[in-house]
Each structure stands twice: as structure tokens, then as C-alpha cells.
Ligand binder design. Structure first.
Ligand SMILES: *Cc1c(COP(=O)(O)O)cnc(C)c1O
Length: 463
């Protein structure tokens, strides 16, 4: 909601201020005049009619597609008429597993259902609790509810934006079955501490790596450290196929069960029942298709190099903005070897900007031609939870007191997350990190310009 409404206000803002809008459109001609970082730009900020720091339309487009290298296999698939799951899906699964150095990968319809299948085949359901951070996409939580289980929110670490390991043990009850480690923003969770807690309390670990393709913790790819990892190939993700997802694990029997479940419960590998024919277990149909796999194979070829670029640019941008008062970029845990940087995030402290609200800070930076947004709103307070608890299904599965939404809200407060969502977080999207060093300088320059001219920008807001 937050991100959506800030997008709306951007449009409204442009309508109301045609001069600033024109400035964005004409930006490319003024790029050469970009001041050096640290010069405390004396230029008029774009929101006040000055030349913007960068032209919005110059950011790398997403997704990327190169007909010369990407279309051969896709066309072969389309012309073959074999469109349902067959050899190309298998090839994609093999290459994805190899990229992660994990034994098995199963491609499925999307990341949401990768999580649904994984939770289901770990045997998590009615009456079970799953620990999950509130700073994530809704699918992390809805996949728990789809299985009839109960999400229990664990607050986040403000510096890393990730689930705070120090707050996990207080939330464990006899019903707790699993921890969902969401590598949100594409930055690895503190997996050593997660795995230690899981081992101590005999909990399963589900890694939601839907934003974290090729991210690495302690020389292991994220998604391969817990019992199961889930990925998304939705259009905005670092490996974009439009729609798609994958489950990965080193547990071959578990992967056979996932395969069977995603294909009507038909026998697969070691997932066989006592009879030789027919469905051997409950299942559904969540299969990937051949042309999706062909697109995935094309995208996979550029993923590693793109990930390197994102890491280099993120580190450079971080170094450029970290000393601007009021700007606190993401922190990585010590054992992180590589991020995926699905998003570049920093905390905005308005005290460093003479009280300028985050909303107006974002408007001013966007006017400079640098798209940014405030990101997630608080997931643990959204109406879908109470509505689920009112359902007949949930009333049959849980004692009344567990479905009391007021009591639930009381027990699931996450004040750090509230602060991050409601006041502090600012995001840049991953495609911007595929730009040049000049692009990174432009981002820093835009923020510096707003900082330097904050008195004037504040006056604008008061009119
Ligand atoms: C995108 C995403 C999902 C869901 O993936 P889809 O492919 O969109 O269904 C789940 N969890 C997180 C953290 C995500 O970012």
C-alpha cells in the first residue's frame, strides 16, 4: 500500500508541478553539469525547478532480453508444440541446482506456491506455528496460512532489515514447527544463528530466497542451508521469467515428495505408495512449462555477471551516501560473501534532514530522476490475518483463544518493523544497480542535493 500510494503521489505531484515534470523530461542535456560528489551542490533541486541529477528513462530496463542470444531455444520450444513440462524444464532444473550447488531443484508455477508446497511436504499444517519476520512480501505469510498453519511474527534487526535472531527464542512454543528465514531485499539472514536455534529446539528451517538468487552466506548459496529453499522468477525478480518458482533441497526423498505433490500425487522417484498405479499421495497441479524454462535458461546465463555488478555498485553507492547525515545504508552480517541486492535499502532519519518527512524526501529525490520508494507496509497488522481467523476452516482447527485477533495483535507486535515501514525505509530497485558508476554518483548526488537544500524544500511542502 505504501509503495503504491507514493507512486500515486508522484503522479499527482507531476501534474501539479509541470515545471519539475519538464525538468525530468529534459534531464539528459543537463547530466554533464552534474557536480562532483561532496561539492554540496549549489544547484537548485529539481523539485524547485532546477535541473535533475539524472534522467529517469536512462536507468537500465527490466527485464533484459537479447534476441540474438536469447530466442533460439525459446523458438524451438514454441515450434515443437511440446509446451507442457518435458526436457527443457528438466534442463532448467539441473542448471538451477548446479548454479546453487544443491542436489535437487523443482521448478513450479511461482514462488508463492514453491513455499506452499515446501511447507506442505515438510508436514506443517493445522495447529502448527511458523516463525516469520513481518518485513517481507505477503506470500511468506499467506503460504503458511494456505496450509492451515499459524504465522508467528518475529521482529527484525533494524540494521540489516532481516529477522532478528535474538528475538526468536522468546516466540517458540510447543506448537512451533519451523522458522521461515526470509532473505529479504536479497540480503542473507544470519543463518548460523538461525540454524543453531533450529537445532537446539528441533525446528525445521524454510528459506524464502525469493529475492535472493545467488546470494551467499559462509560460502553457501542461500536457499541451500536450511531444510528447503524457495525461489521466485516473477518479472521483477533477479531471474525474471514473468512467472515461475523453484524449490531446492539436498534431501532427495523430500524433493521426490514435492515433485509428486506438484503433479497430482503421481508416483515419482522414492515417492511411491503401496500400490503401483494411480496417485500415491494427496496432490495438486503446479507444474512449470517448457517455454518458461526456455526463457529461464536465457536469463540464467546473465545472472552471475549481473549479481557481481549489483554487488560492486551497491558497495560503491553505500560508500558514497553513508556519511550524509540522516542516511544509514543496509548492513551485511559478517559471514555474507555476496548479496543478491534485489533492492538497495537505507534508513532515512529525518533528524538529519531538519525534519523533512520521508514522503517529501522521496518526492524530492524522485524529482531528481532517481526513482525510489518507501517499501513494505506492516504485514502483521493487515486485515487478511483476522479474516483468515474468522474462517470456518480456522475455527475448526484452532482453539478460540488462538483466533482472537486482538490477543494475536498484542502478541505479534513488532515495533522495530513498525518504525522501519512507517518512518525509515527507502528502496531503490535492483535494475538501477546494473547501471554505471556515473549512475551511482547521480543517486548520491540527488540525495546530497536534497540534503543541502532541505530548508528550501521544506518551504515548498508548507505551501
Ligand atoms: C516475490 C516473493 C514471493 C512470491 O513469489 P511469486 O513468484 O511472486 O509468487 C515470496 N516471498 C518473497 C520474499 C518474495 O519477494
Amino acid at each position: 500500500m505504501k509503495a503504491f500510494s507514493s507512486r500515486l503521489s508522484r503522479r499527482t505531484f507531476l501534474k501539479q508541478n509541470s515545471l519539475a515534470g519538464l525538468g525530468v523530461a529534459l534531464a539528459s542535456s543537463s547530466v554533464a553539469a552534474l557536480p562532483a560528489i561532496g561539492s554540496k551542490s549549489a544547484q537548485v533541486p529539481a523539485i524547485l525547478g532546477g535541473p535533475p541529477a539524472w534522467a529517469e528513462d536512462k536507468w537500465p530496463i527490466w527485464p533484459q532480453w537479447n534476441p540474438a542470444t536469447d530466442e533460439k531455444q525459446l523458438l524451438e520450444v514454441v515450434r515443437s508444440g511440446v509446451w507442457s513440462r518435458a526436457n527443457v524444464v528438466t534442463q532448467f532444473e539441473k542448471e538451477w541446482a548446479a548454479a546453487l550447488n544443491v542436489k535437487r531443484s523443482l521448478a513450479v508455477v511461482n514462488g508463492t506456491n514453491a513455499l506452499v508446497i515446501a511447507i506442505n511436504q515438510l508436514g506443517i499444517g493445522a495447529g502448527d506455528e511458523v516463525l516469520v519476520p513481518p518485513y517481507t512480501f505477503i506470500a511468506s505469510v499467506s503460504s503458511i496460512l494456505s496450509n492451515g498453519a499459524m504465522p508467528v511474527f518475529v521482529d527484525i534487526d533494524a540494521e540489516t532489515f532481516q529477522i532478528d535472531p535474538a528475538k526468536i527464542e522468546a516466540k517458540i512454543t510447543p506448537r512451533t514447527k519451523a522458522i521461515m528465514a526470509v532473505h529479504v531485499l536479497g540480503l542473507p539472514v544470519d543463518m548460523d544463528r538461525i540454524m543453531a536455534i533450529a537445532q537446539k529446539h528441533k525446528l525445521l528451517v524454510i528459506e524464502d530466497a525469493c529475492q535472493a538468487h545467488l546470494a551467499e552466506y559462509d560460502k553457501k548459496k542461500v536457499g541451500t542451508i536450511g531444510n528447503v529453499g524457495c525461489f521466485s522468477f516473477q518479472n521483477s525478480k533477479n531471474l525474471p521469467i514473468g512467472e515461475g518458482g523453484a524449490i531446492v533441497s539436498n534431501d532427495e526423498h523430500f524433493m521426490d515428495l514435492c515433485y509428486s505433490y506438484h503433479n497430482f500425487g503421481n508416483p515419482y522417484g522414492t515417492a511411491v505408495g503401496s500400490v503401483s498405479t494411480g496417485s500415491v499421495m494427496p496432490g495438486t497441479k503446479l507444474r512449470f512449462s517448457e517455454y518458461q524454462a526456455a526463457i529461464g535458461l536465457a536469463q540464467l546465463k546473465r545472472l552471475d555477471a549481473q549479481t557481481t555488478t549489483r554487488n560492486e555498485n551497491a558497495a560503491y553507492l553505500k560508500s558514497l551516501i553513508k556519511d550524509i547525515p540522516g542516511i544509514v545504508p543496509y548492513k551485511l552480517y559478517d559471514k555474507v560473501n555476496r548479496g543478491a541486492f534485489h533492492l538497495f535499502a537505507f534508513r532515512y532519519h529525518k533528524d538529519g534532514f531538519k525534519g523533512l518527512s520521508r514522503e517529501n524526501f522521496i518526492k524530492a529525490v524522485k524529482a531528481e530522476g532517481v526513482p525510489c520508494m518507501s517499501g513494505y507496509s506492516t504485514l502483521n497488522t493487515q486485515p487478511f490475518l483476522g479474516e483468515t481467523f474468522k474462517s470456518e476452516n480456522y475455527r475448526r482447527m484452532y482453539p478460540k483463544e488462538m483466533l482472537d485477533i486482538n490477543q494475536y495483535n498484542e502478541q505479534n507486535k513488532c515495533p522495530v518493523n513498525d518504525q522501519i515501514c512507517n518512518e525509515e525505509a527507502v528502496w531503490l530497485t535492483q535494475n538501477m544497480l546494473l547501471g554505471t558508476r556515473e549512475d551511482m554518483k547521480a543517486i548520491a548526488s540527488a540525495i546530497e542535493k536534497v540534503h543541502h537544500n532541505v530548508d528550501k524544500i521544506k518551504t515548498l511542502g508548507q505551501k
